[in-house]
Design a protein. Structure first.
Length: 94
């Protein structure tokens, strides 16, 4: 796969004990996983393992949004992200 830029938007609830992910949107299809309900720090850590870096943070009264970017999202980074998502430590809160 040719390198391609990738973006992710993660929205967390800053008032929940583990800053639960309440929104997620990615510019790529795979891995087909939604981390909604997982802890925000765990999800951001998984994205870091996939080579993503925080570009911007936007905060509101009841949310914090993280915009992340990876300028060379290739197979190696995709595999690292898939593995990190599979190893998230907790089941999602529903």
């Amino acid at each position: 796969m040719a390198k391609q830029p990738a973006y992710v938007l993660v929205t967390v609830d800053p008032t929940s004990p583990n800053q639960t992910v309440i929104g997620y949107d990615a510019s790529f299809q795979d891995p087909a996983f939604s981390p909604i309900g997982y802890g925000g720090a765990d999800v951001l850590g998984a994205l870091a393992q996939g080579g993503f870096e925080i570009q911007e943070i936007v905060a509101g009264d009841d949310y914090v949004q993280y915009i992340l970017f990876n300028k060379k999202f290739k197979d190696k980074e995709r595999e690292a992200l898939t593995e990190a998502y599979e190893n998230l430590p907790f089941e999602p809160v529903t």
